[in-house]
Design a binder for this molecule. Structure first.
Ligand SMILES: *Cc1c(COP(=O)(O)O)cnc(C)c1O
Length: 393
């Protein structure tokens, strides 16, 4: 089975020549993230969305538009095709008649990071990498460790020293070597690069390789397919590095080129961050194209504790082009959101999911979101690795 994966292109784009898909490429020579591109004209002719009905219930059901070359098979643990839950009780508490939760906590290793790392580890394996390294706030490290184990590759994980214990234990469970670093994920990234670059380790940092986005874009394909190819009015999404936002926005452009969705109508994209670390919200409000790094970042939502994101301009583009919004949420409100999702819907939410719920409440109260509009709230991870947060609040 071959795919339409054709080349890698600068995300700016800066004009650098396209890179071939079978070469090891991390960033564009200009320093910006690279994006995987496909022959969408050929795909439109040769592939129909009706073929999906009989496919496996994982994100690899979209393999024609995934980074696979002829003869390659994915490294998979069954990630993706997560439920889109009709949230009736939560909806009525908020005054919404069309609220849905995309529950990403049901992925392998308990978060949507599984999607990105399934794609990235697949590519790394086929490119001949043997040792993978990653700086992470927690969930990405767990996912990388699991997929590396599945593929028989070595995993080196670099995390902030104050990371919650379950994240460390889970990495070890999958046989990864964990290094705890003083500081934040950006410091972990520096130490990972200093250690791994001279040794030739394959770095799977967010957006510093082109394929995690390709895994995360499948959330956009799934939302479309689960709604019978009619996208919702709003997508509420907790944003750290921004891979999910960028990936979904890319998915909508691809599906539009394939003729699978309405060429014009797109969801309004809402980026949700923590009040203690909100560089993208601040840049959105100030009208700048890129974000400046956040000082003294702190929040219980580890996945949102990202003071500087290399793809910030791509997230800001998606939010602005979609006429969306950017909302910062306090930690205490995130925990209220976690409990409310649990009490009213039986969904186990990470603080990041709780943050998305609070942001939704704010947008309803300010009149931005109307009662009849169709809203998809992303619960990006489960509560179990964050029990200390529930005990402390
Ligand atoms: C990493 C993470 C996020 C942020 O995701 P990005 O796509 O990198 O912005 C949100 N929620 C959880 C649970 C995460 O682990």
């Amino acid at each position: 089975m071959s795919t339409y994966f054709s080349h890698l292109e600068c995300s700016v784009p800066c004009g650098a020549p396209a890179a071939a898909p079978h070469t090891r490429q991390h960033l564009c020579p200009c320093g910006a993230p690279l994006l995987a591109r496909y022959d969408l004209v050929a795909a439109k002719k040769g592939w129909s969305r009706t073929s999906l009905a009989s496919r496996e219930p994982s994100m690899w059901r979209y393999r024609e538009l995934m980074p696979l070359l002829a003869g390659e098979t994915p490294v998979t643990l069954g990630e993706g095709w997560t439920p889109l839950i009709r949230a009736r009780r939560l909806g009525s508490a908020l005054g919404l008649s069309n609220l849905f939760i995309k529950d990403e906590s049901l992925n392998p290793t308990n978060s949507f990071k599984a999607r990105g790392l399934s794609a990235a580890v697949t590519r790394a394996l086929h490119l001949g990498a043997r040792i993978l390294s990653i700086p992470t706030a927690g969930n990405a490290g767990n996912a990388m460790a699991a997929y590396a184990a599945q593929a028989g590759l070595e995993a080196k994980v670099f995390m902030p020293r104050d990371v919650k214990t379950p994240f460390v234990r889970e990495c070890e469970l999958y046989g990864a070597e964990v290094t705890l670093v003083d500081g934040l994920i950006t410091d972990a990234g520096r130490v990972a690069a200093e250690t791994g670059t001279p040794l030739g380790w394959y770095d799977v940092s967010t957006l510093k390789e082109p394929y995690r986005i390709e895994g995360k874009k499948t959330m956009g394909y799934e939302v479309a397919e689960q709604f019978a190819w009619e996208l919702p009015d709003w997508i509420i999404y907790p944003t750290g590095g921004g891979t999910g936002m960028i990936g979904m926005w890319k998915a909508f452009a691809e599906m539009s080129a394939l003729g699978w969705i309405d060429p014009v109508k797109r969801p309004k994209m809402v980026t949700v961050q923590a009040s203690g670390c909100a560089p993208i919200v601040r840049a959105f409000e100030q009208g700048t194209e890129k974000a400046t790094p956040w000082e003294d970042a702190h929040t219980v939502a580890d996945g949102l504790r990202v003071p500087r994101a290399i793809g910030d301009f791509l997230v800001l583009r998606a939010v602005r082009e979609s006429d969306g919004a950017a909302v910062a949420v306090d930690d205490a409100d995130m925990v209220v959101g976690m409990r409310q999702m649990g009490h009213l819907e039986g969904v186990s939410a990470a603080p990041e999911g709780g943050a998305a719920l609070h942001a939704l409440r704010v947008l309803i109260q300010t009149g931005r979101i109307q009662p009849h509009e169709r809203v998809v709230l992303f619960n990006t991870g489960g509560a179990l690795k964050y029990l200390d947060v529930l005990e402390d609040h």
